[in-house]
Design a protein around this ligand. Structure first.
Ligand code: DAV
Length: 373
């Protein structure tokens, strides 16, 4: 049966089949979170964000929303159904019996929170205290999908305690230095401990019956093991990228474009031993083009490699941020139609085109792209 805009149905097995229905985030009321153990380790040491927190300036919120609304309208004009989250009051302090945080974060990047695998949408554990309640922004949509689609499964991973035991104390310093960070990343010594399962949905890439998950700051090995037990019919592969001193989310590092083709960040190459499964099955991993910018925009958590954070609309069409001319050119040469999208002034709110979206429906079924084990 083919997709119809009048019927709500949840289904998405991979990152590239034709996109029909998607969630696009909002910048409303977005806060720079106050210091907390998970976050301090993840803000680059030379970042202008160090020592700043509170509600972002209204004019930057308005500008980011203008761009997110424009992206949503562009997708709608191409026939994609678009839904938007419902923010709660992010200025309110939040807490559990174990901790308190002065504010929440926002709801610009649904990709971090929601993992769509087949007919299920799973709420990730997350690993920042300020993001503990972020799933609430998506509950109105998830309830709507659940009511409309009798085959949809709505799941939530166990909420983590997020006590200090979840974070390595040696990461909680302002002056670790890049050399030490790279050494720790290569040794897979990350800020999060193995106290309890932790993962962000944006550390997971979907390749049909295989899931590729980055082990790093936001996802630990227990989180990856939890995903394997949760999806017993999938093969879950842990990967890591030693060249990344701040490994947060896989989607500015490793970007599948269509069956057989992946872009890899040339500063964060997949180690040789982890390439085997791709090579054995005829997948090509190519270095991504250089970013067009030397530095991220002001008050941004992410690196310049958001250039690679593209949204694939179908195996021949890809949305690329409008200023990322080198990335656009490479994708054009790889045979894809490039749809330019103006989003850079929204990067600071939680990322790029992949981050600010979450799949609800893509065509296609669960296929085995790696039959040679
Ligand atoms: O390169 O800063 C950003 C990923 C956001 N989801 C980076 C990773």
């Amino acid at each position: 049966m083919s997709w119809s805009p009048d019927v709500t149905e949840v289904k998405s097995w991979n990152e590239w089949d034709t996109l029909r229905h998607v969630i696009v985030g909002r910048a409303d009321d977005c806060h720079i979170p106050p210091p907390e153990p998970a976050l301090d380790a993840k803000v680059p040491e030379d970042s202008d964000m160090r020592g700043q927190w509170g509600r972002r300036p209204q004019e930057t919120i308005d500008r980011a929303n203008e761009l997110l609304d424009g992206f949503a309208a562009q997708l709608q004009a191409r026939g994609v159904r678009v839904d938007r989250p419902t923010p709660y009051d992010f200025s309110k302090p939040v807490g559990t019996p174990d901790w308190e945080a002065e504010s929440s974060f926002g709801c610009m990047p649904p990709r971090d929170v929601l993992l769509t695998v087949g007919r299920e949408i799973l709420e990730a554990t997350m690993s920042y205290r300020c993001r503990w309640f972020e799933y609430l922004c998506y509950r109105p949509l998830l309830q709507q999908y659940y009511d409309a689609d009798p085959r949809m499964r709505h799941e939530a991973a166990p909420k983590p305690r997020l006590t200090d035991a979840d974070y390595h104390p040696d990461y909680l310093s302002d002056a670790i230095g890049e050399a030490k960070r790279l050494e720790w990343a290569a040794a897979k010594h990350f800020v999060t401990t193995e106290e309890e399962p932790l993962f962000d949905a944006a550390d997971v890439l979907r390749f049909g019956r295989d899931l590729v998950v980055q082990h790093g700051f936001t996802t630990n090995l227990k989180g990856i093991d939890w995903l394997q037990r949760h999806y017993p019919d999938h093969r879950v592969h842990a990967v890591n990228f030693p060249g990344d001193p701040y490994p947060i989310h896989i989607d500015a590092t490793f970007t599948p474009l269509r069956p057989g083709l992946i872009l890899n960040n040339p500063q964060r190459r997949l180690p040789e031993d982890q390439r085997a499964m791709f090579e054995r099955n005829g997948w090509e991993i190519v270095d991504a083009a250089q970013p067009a910018h030397n530095a991220p925009p002001p008050l941004c958590y992410s690196s310049v490699w958001l250039s690679m954070n593209v949204l694939v609309l179908d195996p021949k069409t890809v949305c690329v941020e409008k200023s990322e001319v080198y990335q656009a050119d490479q994708l054009d040469k790889l045979g894809m139609e490039v749809v330019p999208v103006d989003l850079r002034d929204a990067y600071a709110f939680g990322g790029g085109l992949h981050c600010c979206t979450a799949d609800v429906y893509r065509d296609g079924d669960c296929e085995d792209y790696f039959p040679k084990a």
